[in-house]
Design a protein around this ligand. Structure first.
Ligand code: AMP
Length: 399
């Protein structure tokens, strides 16, 4: 069989993550990340298999320059000839897409319309798609949506208790995000733990800069903590998660904040950063916590308490639990947060194994609870790029 590679592109509002992946083995040949695009200190770091990480990007580079640089790298390392598809992460697919799609003009139209619901994300995703179409016009382009996995949620889980017309006329409902990650780690957990594909109940906690929890029954998402936007749910790095909607009126009518200021506050100045007044980066918070920093300790306490409450809530739709799974930069690395969350769940018979908890870090997966724990908890490093690669390769082959 000939070599088949997929270019995976994840275009964020100020970043571009990319990888050229072998669709049969999952090996990454070229991978990289451009950050702080549109700023003077924009960077692009990349690694070609077997080589050291390198930097390339002029100061002030934007998405277009970053993608041009990526295309140059692909030609420089002679990777274009084996590409069969480009897979794009697209954050919001609305209700239209329950799975990945070959990008046609109609699909592009829907992604453009859905940008109303994800103004920070979908326009950046569209930039990536258009640049990749221009650079590789002969390749199949595939969109893999963060929302698609959650389209299996029942109506009682995805509707807000708002006037029904808002849903019918404007699509106001809970959509959920991080679907590709929840899907990937749940399938890995089912396989590792030897659970039946058509008979399992899992809770997955994706804890990165954004954080969400998902209840999964027999391979399908039945509830998730993010909603219409990625702001709802548990506490995150800079996002508040759930708040009293009455706060909005108080801040605007009584304290004089503008709508834009409230939006910025809830999305960029809250969460771990807002409480600690130190950082949104979990590593910095943990270092300060170890040194006894009061607000860093409070930030971790609130983060873990809210997360444990969300996990416990999902015992309702699942009516039991076969395993709890941690993933994302925090979930994969923070033994401190995992231990604190599981301590809240000890009344359910959840028992952490400290050695296992320390062992499952820095890219290593594994069970972190004891043999006698009533809730099996494991760490599974996420790999959204691999999911996107597989879907793009499958659709490119017409399967
Ligand atoms: P992600 O968005 O998945 O890349 O995750 C980013 C988050 O993971 C940031 O809050 C990081 O501080 C956190 N993180 C990464 N490595 C560690 C670590 N070793 N310990 C604690 N948190 C970490």
């Amino acid at each position: 069989m000939s070599v088949q590679h997929v270019l995976v592109i994840n275009c964020g509002s100020s970043s571009l993550k990319f990888a050229v992946i072998d669709a049969s083995s999952g090996d990454e040949l070229l991978s990289g990340l451009a950050e702080r695009l549109h700023n003077d200190d924009a960077t692009l770091k990349y690694k070609f298999v077997g080589n050291k990480e390198q930097n390339a990007l002029p100061a002030g580079a934007d998405h277009k320059i970053a993608i041009d640089t990526l295309v140059t790298l692909i030609h420089q390392y002679d990777l274009a000839k084996d590409l069969i598809a480009v897979g794009h992460r697209v954050v919001h697919g609305g209700e239209q897409f329950t799975g990945s799609q070959v990008i046609t003009p109609d699909v592009l139209d829907v992604i453009t319309q859905t940008a109303q619901l994800a103004p920070l994300h979908n326009p950046a995703n569209l930039t990536g798609i258009q640049a990749a179409q221009a650079a590789f016009p002969e390749l199949v382009q595939v969109a893999v949506f963060d929302t698609a996995f959650h389209q299996s949620m029942p109506k009682h889980a995805f509707l807000y208790a708002l006037p029904y017309s808002l849903y019918k006329e404007h699509g106001v409902r809970r959509y959920g995000f991080h679907g590709t990650s929840h899907h990937y780690v749940s399938t890995q957990a089912v396989e590792t733990l030897g659970l039946a594909a058509d008979n399992h109940r899992l809770i997955t906690a994706h804890l990165g800069n954004g954080c969400s929890v998902c209840a999964i029954k027999n391979g399908a998402s039945v509830d998730t903590s993010m909603g219409l936007t990625p702001l709802e749910g548990v506490v995150m790095g800079t996002r508040s998660g759930d708040i009293d909607p009455g706060l909005f009126d108080y801040l605007t009518s009584q304290l004089g904040y503008s709508v834009a200021e409230v939006n910025t506050m809830l999305n960029q100045q809250s969460g771990l950063l807002g409480i600690s007044e130190l950082s949104n980066d979990c590593r910095t918070i943990e270092e300060a916590y170890v040194e006894g920093h009061e607000q860093a300790t409070l930030a971790l306490d609130i983060f873990c308490y809210r997360l444990a409450k969300q996990i416990a809530a999902y015992l309702v739709p699942l009516k039991g639990l076969d395993a709890l799974v941690f993933t994302g930069g925090i979930g994969e690395n923070s033994d401190i947060i995992r231990a604190k969350v599981l301590a809240h769940l000890s009344f359910l018979g959840c028992q952490i194994d400290e050695q296992r908890n320390l062992a499952a870090r820095f890219g290593k997966s594994g069970v972190i609870t004891s043999e006698t724990s009533l809730i099996t908890t494991m760490v599974v490093p996420t790999n959204e790029e691999w999911m996107i690669c597989q879907d793009a390769a499958r659709l490119a082959k017409g399967a």
